[in-house]
Ligand binder design. Sequence first.
Ligand code: NAD
Length: 368
Amino acid sequence: MAIAIRRSSNGKIATPPALATIAPVALDHEQVVVRRGERSGLYSVIAVHSTVLGPALGGLRIWHYPDQGDALRDAMRLAAGMTLKAAAAGLDLGGGKGVICAPPDGLDGAHRRAALLDFGDLVESLDGRYITAEDVGASPADLIVVSQRTSHLTGLPPDRGGSGDPSPFTAIGVEAAIRACVAERWRYGGLAGRTVCVIGLGHVGAGLARRLADAGCEVIVSDIDPGKRALTDALGATWREPGEAMLTECDVLVPCALGGAITADNVDSLRCEVVCGSANNQLAADSLAEALAERGILYAPDFIANAGGLIHVFMELKGYSEEHAVELAEGIEETLGRVFAVAAQLGSTPLAAARELADRRLRSALRD
Ligand code: NAD
């Protein structure tokens, strides 16, 4: 079974009756396809938000959604975020996202392989308008299976001709973003001596904590996985229990775990001057950008700060050069500096300014 929404040339969108029952979602996407896999019987969703700047790139999320409408909404929301991220980072890419709706008891073995092959067929059917990569729940091994059905993918392991793990580049970009925040907030000095609290010591957070320690920061770290505590000594860092980490007194709070770290419940209790991390969708609601500004806390929009990984996979499409990927990821410092300047000009939050910067680029591409 396949459901497809596609914006026609006059911009109007026809919503098939089957989708009318799904709760409201901003439907400004170019194309959304939902298909039940012939092999696996599982639904896959691909949302192409925009191809104005280039093919829509965004990872494959393999996740169980109790309500399959949530899978659709998630793919559409994440695809729109990818459009902003690529536009703001100056990349010639659009925004897209893929989802495989996993069963509640997990997706393993032959069933997983069947779902990945189905997903590969769906990617291929879009003829390059959408390029897939790895995201939450998917592994490099999964991408290898997808590659049996489509060549429209990036981020394969190096021994398969890809550029490998993007996380170190995300960490380089977040460090660059923290430098921009420090320059904006304190107007002097660099990272040395600043207290940073890195929450989530995963692929990005662990490498970032190491980089910040090397740059002379006082590093506090936290993770819900007690096994990560072993990293603390190696980093010369201080451990904070996860329940307390968000309210740690520090210069820079660095959320590197899951989204929704800043909520209406904790925003008034934060004891930091800056929030700048890698996690996607750090604000549980956009209105929290204003709440942070009212408290005098400088917030680095996540889609600006965490673009290093996207830059890395983009470079793979263009002919990979590690040196150039590092240079572009370091460029996030300048991009974020521009965001803060536009925010000051417009009297807006950095989040609104970052959206405006991305929109300007999209509007100008539409005019050309
Ligand atoms: P990961 O799964 O490797 O690491 C996440 C870590 O956070 C894990 O160690 C986990 O135990 C910990 N964690 C989860 N909930 C926590 C909590 N409440 N408190 C403390 N620790 C908690 O993920 P990752 O690849 O390092 O990505 C981290 C974040 O950055 C994610 O939000 C991801 O979407 C975002 N991101 C990652 C990349 C990348 O290149 N990997 C790029 C852009 C954005």
